[in-house]
Design a protein around this ligand. Structure first.
Ligand code: HEC
Length: 126
């Protein structure tokens, strides 16, 4: 838990539209990708997120209505940030990719997927 870096600019919430593109993209970090290929989050591989997207996996829980259901408190925001950065801080047997720990997503990308889940204007929370 102590190794997780909080956002350097203090901002947890970026742009949900960019977050949706990152959540959709599973590109990057495979042997056919060039080293500078921008890596996606592949979040839909395991989660339902925007209810308009009907193609999603279910290894992880549905994240539809994420902020609306849990609220937008700093506790929820920090928990979600930490979960995305390094899920093993909460669950040693977590199946989730440790996005920041393995440098899969950068800080800006994590701020954008945070917005997809926690911006009240995101389709996830409509
Ligand atoms: C390989 C499958 C997989 C991928 C890819 C994945 N997750 Fe998860 N996620 C899980 C699982 C499984 C859990 C349940 C908790 C656990 O096992 O640690 C989870 C839990 C979560 C939680 C906590 C939910 C709660 O109610 O506490 C959040 C938030 C989350 N994921 C967001 C994301 C985001 C954002 C992405 C993309 C950047 C993503 N996940 C990619 C499998 C995945």
């Amino acid at each position: 838990m102590d190794s997780i870096k909080q956002p350097s600019d203090g901002k947890y919430i970026g742009d949900w539209k960019k977050g949706e593109a990152i959540a959709q993209s599973g590109r990057g970090a495979t042997w056919t990708d060039k080293a500078d290929t921008v890596v996606g989050g592949g979040c839909y591989n395991c989660h339902q997120i925007d209810p308009k997207e009907i193609s999603y996996g279910n290894i992880g829980p549905s994240l539809t209505g994420y902020g609306k259901l849990r609220g937008y408190s700093q506790e929820v925001v920090t928990y979600t940030w930490n979960r995305i950065n390094n899920s093993k801080a909460y669950n040693a047997c977590s199946n989730r990719p440790r996005f920041a720990h393995f440098k899969l997503l950068n800080e800006q990308q994590i701020q954008d997927v945070m917005a997809l889940l926690l911006d009240p204007a995101s389709p996830v929370n409509k």
